[in-house]
Design a binder for this molecule. Structure first.
Ligand code: NAP
Length: 313
């Protein structure tokens, strides 16, 4: 008999129940047990846990875990909260990449086709066509060329934009100019009409988009942050918008979520606030990926590519 799989979440009841159903449907051969329902013997036996916002104490209460699988793509909390020797497998789901690429294209089009300006003009009953710009004439700079950034780059290139990408290690991406290092970041920021942040939150990326980096951005360019809130220093962003250096920001992620009612971001005329919706996890496709990774481990004993704990992603 195989060891039970622990499921550890702090999700709301119905959400948790739907995850259990989705996982059970694709892993009929496994015994999936919610952490709080596990017997002491099961806690001793569990070698794998599937987690979503887990209480770190619950993870620590499973002494024989070999690895954990996160249901989310971003794992900065797990990296910070769990012991450094426990392998963390994060969700890498082509469906999530597709959805993120769709969101990137939608909000790039929003900026490219001057929707913020037309909304302001409508408020003031102003009828004034703005000059049309071909997509090729706009450079879109992607910070982060991982699973999500690469998919977004492809979608943007298909739509005709000029794409630049920046990553930690050098990357090749047909049709796009790719850069790395501090000089590459500065060149990407300086050349881009729209900068899109799809970086993970790590010690190296926290506060990356600060006053100095915003100053490097092209005058009247825009920022889209779909990565994590603390990548951007909010007060510096507001200052750059208020000074007229940046024209607009689309923010899906924040230092504190839900965004507190007294945040100045809500009412800022140069900001669109989204409630962390650019690429929600798809329960069915995510469960199938978790199942495949668990099955592969059962068959071979090999853990699917785990998060590099020293890099933090
Ligand atoms: N808003 C949402 O709904 C939503 C949904 C899903 C995910 N996310 C966020 O999106 C993030 C990215 O996801 P992903 O799956 O694309 O991650 P990923 O595959 O790990 O890719 C991360 C990219 O960022 C680059 N990078 C990391 N640290 C860097 C640094 N210090 N300097 C320069 N580049 C750096 C990596 O460079 P290398 O290529 O050299 O490794 C890689 O290209 C997640 O961590 C999560 O926080 C948001």
């Amino acid at each position: 008999m195989t060891t039970p799989i622990a499921v550890i979440t702090r999700l709301e009841g119905s959400d948790e129940r739907q995850w259990m159903e989705a996982l059970a449907a694709v892993l009929p051969e496994e015994r999936l047990v919610l952490f709080r329902d596990m017997t002491e013997a099961q806690r001793q036996q569990a070698e794998v846990a599937v987690v979503a916002n887990p209480d770190p104490a619950d993870v620590a209460a499973l002494p024989n875990l070999a690895w954990i699988h996160s249901l989310w793509a971003g794992v900065e909390r797990l990296v910070a909260e769990l012991g450094p020797s426990l392998p963390i497998v994060r969700l890498v789901d082509p469906e999530m990449s597709r959805v993120m690429a769709e969101a990137v294209l939608a909000w790039t089009l929003y900026l490219h086709r001057d929707m913020p300006a037309y909304a302001r003009q409508q408020q003031a009953r102003v009828w004034r066509p703005l000059p049309y710009r071909r997509p090729r004439s706009l450079t879109v700079g992607l910070l982060g060329l991982g699973a999500l950034g690469t998919a977004a780059a492809g979608r943007l290139m298909d739509a005709g934009y000029t794409v630049r990408g920046w990553s930690r290690s050098p990357k090749e991406l047909a049709g796009a100019e790719t850069l790395s290092g501090d000089a590459g970041r500065a060149a990407t920021l300086a050349a881009s009409d729209v900068v899109i942040c799809l970086l993970p939150l790590t010690a190296a990326t926290r506060g990356l988009i600060n006053k100095d980096r915003l100053a490097l951005m092209k005058p009247m360019s825009s920022l889209i942050n779909f990565g994590r809130g603390p990548l951007v220093v909010t007060s510096d962003l507001i200052a750059a918008l208020d000074a007229g250096h940046l024209s607009y920001a689309v923010l899906d992620v924040f230092d504190q979520e839900p965004l507190p009612p007294d945040s100045p971001l809500w009412a800022h005329p140069g900001i669109t606030v989204l409630p962390h919706v650019s690429a929600p996890t798809d329960r069915q496709t995510a469960a199938a990926i978790v199942a495949a990774n668990i099955r592969a481990w059962r068959a071979s004993g090999r853990i699917h590519a785990a998060v590099d704990r020293t890099r933090g992603y």
